[in-house]
Design a protein. Structure first.
Length: 431
């Protein structure tokens, strides 16, 4: 039996899936903790010199810094990978991610440190982006490539389960703290606890992933699948069209990603005249996260029948329909019922579309470029689609009305449909 055959025989897709889901959960938990705190905490702790709405705008601007820093983090950790190996790169990256997230818990407020508190918060946020960029280990690509041919849509969906699970835990933790503490205690020290929890989750994720990536079996499988960094200049010269199209292919789901998770909290606390508590909003969103998981499971089944590219296109079309026919008229006046339906419906569509987003990105490239191409494309997709989504949605809602956020989502859906229409090679290529 050849080394390649032995690697395939000794590594089950289920093993890879567990490591990928745990890794994605830890990353998403870190980011959602920051996103929720950007609405509930940071405006009063770090921006008390402006009104709550302006403070939230500032918080969302800092929120975007992690996505801006990701490409730089990918370039930095590429060097670490080449010099010290994949295991060392993953260890350092998760240490940076976990330490920067936990470090936010110990930041002094603006009242104590002044403008330097804001600078430190921004630096910690950028470090989060660098850390999450370096934590790319190739396992999602490996999972898709090593899955049974008739189940690739299902296995491409599995890594994305970490997103709604991570949000569910983060939202539940904040809901518990808000409901259990007085407002003064929550702002004084309670909000810091989730950032400390994030470090513990990162430690668990690190060992779960190292258990896979440093073993001889997985090393052999990663090498036979050519999941190693490719020359950057050659990648950009030969695959630039694929990079651009791959970045726009998941735009609809990435735009929706933070609009249904982070933005509704800002709408409830700043823009609605109806009484809705933060705990009630978080509870609805937690239920939405469960619906998101259902949507992902459904997407995996459908993608195996009709293909991931077609599934992603259907999801983008549904988001466009939801934005125009459903969201815009229903939420034009910012009603509470409309907001709840928006959150729940949005989570279902998010699950259906986001489940195949990574598969669309990874399958754009030939095997030689798949590892590095997936990193660059993912960084660009998150930057274009998700980095400024809460900021843009809050600006549109405060200036024109919450219903017009649907037009923002529509632009993402149009971007996805255009990319899918141009690029006919998003289906997985077998080498």
């Amino acid at each position: 039996m050849t080394a390649k055959a032995e690697a395939h025989a000794s590594v089950a897709p289920g093993e890879i899936a567990i490591g990928v889901v745990i890794g994605r959960l830890s990353e998403m938990f870190d980011f959602f903790v920051f996103g929720i705190a950007s609405v509930l905490v940071f405006p009063s702790v770090f921006f008390p010199f402006v009104d709550a709405k302006t403070g939230t705008f500032y918080s969302f601007a800092i929120f975007s810094l992690a996505f801006i820093a990701r490409p730089f983090g990918s370039a930095l950790f590429r060097l670490v990978h080449e010099r010290y190996g994949r295991g060392s790169k993953l260890t350092i990256a998760l240490f940076v991610l976990g330490t920067s997230t936990a470090g936010i818990a110990f930041l002094p407020s603006y009242a104590v440190l002044g403008e330097w508190a804001i600078v430190l918060l921004a630096l910690m946020r950028m470090a989060q982006g660098v850390g999450i960029a370096g934590s790319w280990d190739g396992l999602p690509s490996l999972l898709a490539l090593n899955a049974p041919e008739n189940r690739r849509g299902w296995y491409a969906m599995l890594p994305q389960l970490g997103g709604p699970i991570g949000f569910f835990i983060a939202a539940g933790l904040f809901a518990f703290l808000v409901s259990s503490l007085t407002p003064a205690d929550f702002i004084d020290w309670g909000w810091r606890y989730p950032f400390c929890v994030a470090f513990a989750i990162n430690v668990v994720a690190l060992f779960a992933r190292l258990r896979l990536v440093v073993t001889p079996e997985f090393t052999a499988l990663l090498q036979t699948r050519e999941l190693e960094p490719s020359p950057t200049v050659e990648l950009l010269r030969t695959q630039r069209v694929g990079i651009v199209l791959g970045a726009f292919a998941p735009l609809a789901s990435f735009a929706l990603f933070h609009v249904v998770t982070v933005f509704p909290l800002s709408w409830v606390t700043l823009l609605t005249s109806e009484k809705v508590s933060v705990v009630e909003c978080l509870s609805v969103q937690m239920f939405g996260a469960l619906l998101c998981i259902v949507g992902m499971l459904l997407s995996g089944q459908i993608a195996d029948r009709i293909g991931r590219r077609a599934t992603l296109a259907i999801g983008a079309g549904l988001i466009a329909l939801f934005s125009l026919v459903g969201l815009l008229p229903m939420f034009l006046h910012g009603s509470l019922i409309g907001a709840l339906l928006f959150v729940l419906g949005g989570f279902v569509l998010l699950g259906f579309t986001h489940a195949q987003a990574a598969g669309a990105i990874n399958s754009t490239f030939p095997s030689r470029y798949r590892y590095s191409g997936a990193i660059i494309t993912s960084d660009l997709a998150w930057l274009v689609g998700a980095a400024f989504a809460p900021l843009a949605a809050l600006f549109i809602a405060s200036r024109f009305g919450v219903g017009y956020v649907g037009l923002y989502l529509l632009s993402g859906a149009v971007g996805t449909l255009m990319a899918l229409g141009i690029n006919r090679s998003l289906e997985m290529r077998d080498d």
